[in-house]
Design a protein around this ligand. Sequence first.
Ligand SMILES: [Mn+2]
Length: 227
Amino acid sequence: MYGDIHGCLDELTLLRHKIGIRSDDIEVCVGDVITKGANSVKTLKYLRKKGIFSVLGNHEETIIRYIHHVKTTKKRNPIKIDKDQKNIIKNLSYKDIDFLESLPYFIQYEGYVIVHGGLQNDMNLSNLSMRDKSKMIRLRYLSQKGRFISYGKETKNSIFWSDVYDGKNGFVIFGHNKFKEPKISPHAIGIDTGCVYGNKLTAFIVEDGKRRFESVNFGERDESSYI
Ligand SMILES: [Mn+2]
């Protein structure tokens, strides 16, 4: 499982090389594979070519909503996008758009749940409302009462969701909130280590029941490693 890639394709290819990925390995990204970094559109093509799965991140969702608006109405688009996002949209092929639209909100596999933001204890994965889905890709902090707090509204009394997650829906692997090192909670691990912000890209690996991390630093390259 890979943390937020944000178009850092060189780091992803090097990380896969470092891990020694084999063709029968199952690889899943925690979302936000595009925007901000150098190679967003190329990353989408690479994921498809290598059969790497991903869940939906808030950045993919914004792009999908923007495109949907353009397709369905001539009204002014209420979704604000920046230059980078405009450029990505301009360069997406139909296959890229299909791929983005196919991304699920979560993937369950062998006791793990992969989701971009996080889960609240009262969420039922087999019966999610649209509001639950929207929160799942954006969740960071909760109030003392366990309520969702929107971005930037957290206070010193807010609680990071994974610190109080009860594990009921499985062991969660998530991204979205960047940490210097992987964030390890009792029933969840956050693996967005802010590669695109100059830190590193992290993979969480489960092999023969054993868990480990592997990572590469932003800008770390090895031309011979392209696979
Ligand atoms: Mn995100």
